[in-house]
Write a protein that binds this ligand. Sequence first.
Ligand code: ADP
Ligand code: MG
Ligand code: MG
Length: 503
Amino acid sequence: MTSGHDAEPSRQYPPATTPEELDHLVEVIKDWAIGNGLAVRTPPAVISSEADPTRITAVPAPVTLFPTAFPRQAFLQGQKAQNAYNELVIDGDDFVRDLWAVHETVKSEGYTQPLSLGLFRSDYMVHEHKSSESPTAQAKQVEFNTIAASFGGLSVYASRLHNFLAKTEYPLLGQPLAPETLDLPANNTIEGLAGGIEAAYHAYGVSELGNVKCVIFLVQGGERNVFDQRHLEYQISKSSPTIPVFRLAFTDIMKHTSIAKSPKRQLLYTLPRNGNRVFEVAVVYMRGGYGPDDYPNQQTWDARCHLERSHAIKCPTVLTQVAGIKKVQQVLATPRPSSEPSILSKFIKDDTPSAIALWNTFTNIYPMDTSDVGLEARKKALDPEQCVDYVLKPQREGGGNNIYGSAIPGFLKTVPEAHWNSYILMELIKAPAENNFILRNGAIEKGRVISELGVYGTCLWNQETGEVIRNEQAGWLLRTKGEESQEGGVAAGYGCMDSVSLT
Ligand code: ADP
Ligand code: MG
Ligand code: MG
């Protein structure tokens, strides 16, 4: 970029660095990450074959050396839409409800717990409008997560790391970066998410059976992202020291919990040590159960049903989980003829600031069914020229499931046509690439990166009356991946933790 004044310093970001400076930054970051819990369990691939993997605890989580430049406009837009998104999920619809046998079973018996807790995360990528005179950057929604939305814990530590480096290291670079040149917004995700769980715990009320209440974190067996979850537990013990929090593996639900023989069907947790003390579960916070791998057999489905019919407040209920599936996002975002009312208008009044905030974040998404729009979408997906502008998504969570651009036609040929309707076709958001460095497993990856902003929200509501007891924004996350990598999941091994430097 030329400034017109020869003497003016270049505005290169991140600043130019020498190999020595990079080595030094890596040493500082590795220690800070372990010293502060910006960590993940060691990936099997980096444990030596002689080592006992159960004794190896942690390595630094992959992270960028600098906060990535991010347009302020898009950042604020994401925050603004969050409360509206929180409330949107509350209005389920019959067509989704019926998908779920578990929900149907419990519904026929009657739910005894009207309260429902959501810890949500809406994900966005930046879309640049270059056509207008002053280019604008818009946050476009990638997806909305209603179950096991992760990385809230680590996101705060990525922010803190970059804040620490901004004070201690960036000003000392050969091309120094003064702290006041960076705009690093506050990140309160840990307090926000833990606050949602605490609110639900208190809203549960006193145990009618006279039990001590507790919170259960329902986790996956081989989880590597434990410290992310632990930061929420530590926060609860800090702000509400009297709330007992226990971690329970999804596969151990039936072993350690039972349902009280009372009309309310309270969920009881038996501590597997020290005289088998019994607690009453006020809140079940699920960090598993979002994909088929968590349900390898009928027993695991029975266990989910067992939780669902209990009096514990579920985060989330089956119904809320279903509201987050990609098909629902598609139904809301599929463009309709202007003569017909939008589907969104069934849930939220048209032309209100909330509705406009939501609309502005939508990207076109199409069904792959045999409706008129669906058949049109199938044509686009199979056409070698048009398919490059789309991503094909199955109804799955957790990363690594999508099919991109030119791979779509070939992929569809391997899927029986009768199953195509379980996919959705979404326009690719072409986010601008920025420069940065990713530190992963001790090695630096240098180059162009693309970021995805996550905005968290917590919501506690009464699903019978629709009354909203709490609806809060709860911080944010920035995940960054190499420009060439199509999937961005940190857990899936493609992306890394980051924070924003607002521009
Ligand atoms: P999951 O529930 O598996 O996380 P996502 O919808 O978030 O599914 O897709 C996974 C990743 O694929 C995203 O993190 C993003 O990097 C990429 N992706 C998804 N949708 C789009 C899109 N419309 N444009 C560009 N990239 C996308
Ligand atoms: Mg998801
Ligand atoms: Mg995702």
